[in-house]
Design a protein around this ligand. Structure first.
Ligand code: ZN
Length: 316
């Protein structure tokens, strides 16, 4: 804040003993002017959560995958974190689960976070302390520990006061960034709330889609059943008729056949009128001037309708 005007600080660095704040837009100010620096507290808290979670993730990776895991880069944003590390194969899903569980366990244990500035020589002797070769350290270093038996790291960054402030931790992805370098992307704290809301929305949308699909399947099944019936009428029954033997042609003499089971005739004749429509009526029989025509195949259909056995007609 300068002359009642706000400016967003996008970067901060040291220049000698001075701390330089870089603003988004230019500030028309002279050396010696006074400006008020104000912290964006909610944003700062979010960064703290993601940062402390990164420390826990680093140690969890070493515990689950092995101590060869070395940090190769990391990014801490208010809404996500990214951690690159040396490892020569894909991290299996069960390993990712174990890593995530371990980080969350440390969060649930509500561990106070300790920060201490100590002489570099002494700091170097701390068992399992993580320091980064290539980083330049002064005479004194800041050591951040979240459970002295778990995560102890040289770090100048901002952290939660207690691990429970992180809330919850979730790994989103694991991938390769270069040969022998893996990347984990994760979220912690407040950003998990948005993630869960999105999941719920997707879940509900999925349910709606399933309901729509079920309805469609039901309609298609109905359509299929009706097509099958149509096909039966159009193709199968004519097939039976076509395949039926023309007894009249085969044995003209049967015209004079004596209808032995004559007492069944009225029943059968009735069946023809009631049970068969034009398409399905396969010409079961006809009582002609001198006898009965019987189409083989129809007896089966007749049997369905009247319980009449296929052998009910005896032609002589
Ligand atoms: Zn750190």
């Amino acid at each position: 804040m300068y002359k009642r005007q706000s400016y967003n600080v996008v970067d901060v660095h040291k220049s000698g003993d001075a701390i330089v704040h870089v603003t988004e837009t230019a500030v028309d100010a002279k050396v010696g002017d006074v400006a008020l620096a104000k912290l964006d507290v909610p944003r700062r808290r979010d960064v703290e959560r993601e940062h402390s979670a990164t420390h826990l993730l680093h140690e969890a990776l070493r515990r689950v995958l092995g101590t060869h895991v070395q940090q190769a880069g990391s990014l801490v944003a208010p809404d996500r974190l990214r951690f690159d590390f040396a490892h020569f194969e894909r991290v299996r899903p069960d390993e990712l689960q174990a890593i995530e569980d371990l980080v969350n366990e440390k969060i649930f244990q509500s561990i106070p976070v300790h920060t201490e500035e100590i002489a570099i020589e002494k700091a170097r002797t701390i068992p399992n302390v993580k320091m980064f070769f290539g980083d330049k350290y002064g005479d004194k270093v800041r050591v951040v520990s979240i459970d002295e038996a778990f995560s102890v790291e040289f770090c100048g960054g901002t952290h939660v006061r207690n691990s429970s402030e992180i809330g919850l931790f979730k790994i989103l992805s694991e991938s390769s960034v270069a040969s022998g370098v893996r990347r984990i992307e994760a979220i912690a704290g407040r950003s998990l709330r948005g993630y869960l809301s999105d999941l719920q929305t997707q879940h509900h949308a999925g349910h709606d889609q399933i309901a729509l699909r079920d309805e469609r399947i039901r309609l298609l099944e109905k359509e299929l059943a009706s097509l099958r019936t149509g096909e039966l009428k159009k193709d199968v029954i004519p097939g039976i008729v076509a395949g039926a033997r023309d007894l009249d042609a085969e044995a003209p003499g049967v015209r004079r056949a004596e209808f032995v089971a004559a007492d069944l005739l009225p029943t059968a004749a009735g069946e023809r009128g009631e049970g068969f429509d034009g398409e399905a009526g396969v010409g079961v029989f006809e009582v002609g001037a001198g006898g009965v025509f019987f189409v083989v195949g129809a007896a089966v259909a007749m049997a369905d309708h009247g319980g009449i056995d296929g052998g009910w007609l005896v032609l002589r």
